[in-house]
Design a binder for this molecule. Structure first.
Ligand SMILES: [Zn+2]
Length: 60
């Protein structure tokens, strides 16, 4: 049997941005993530970061 069809799998990532120091952190997307909602805390400012971007990257 020959598998000719190669499907590209995507993995979703979430970019969180701190409104104070503008630091961005990238992590894997998890259920419930939504644009501009409050997310995890910035380690240096100790305030809540916002989700700035959600995107998918193909797995090679
Ligand atoms: Zn910060």
């Amino acid at each position: 049997m020959i598998f000719s069809k190669k499907e590209k799998q995507l993995v979703a990532y979430t970019i969180e941005k701190c409104p104070l120091c503008k630091k961005e952190s990238k992590r894997e997307f998890k259920q419930g993530d939504c644009l501009f909602v409050e997310s995890s805390k910035c380690v240096s400012c100790n305030i809540t970061m916002n989700i700035a971007k959600i995107f998918g990257e193909p797995i090679e």
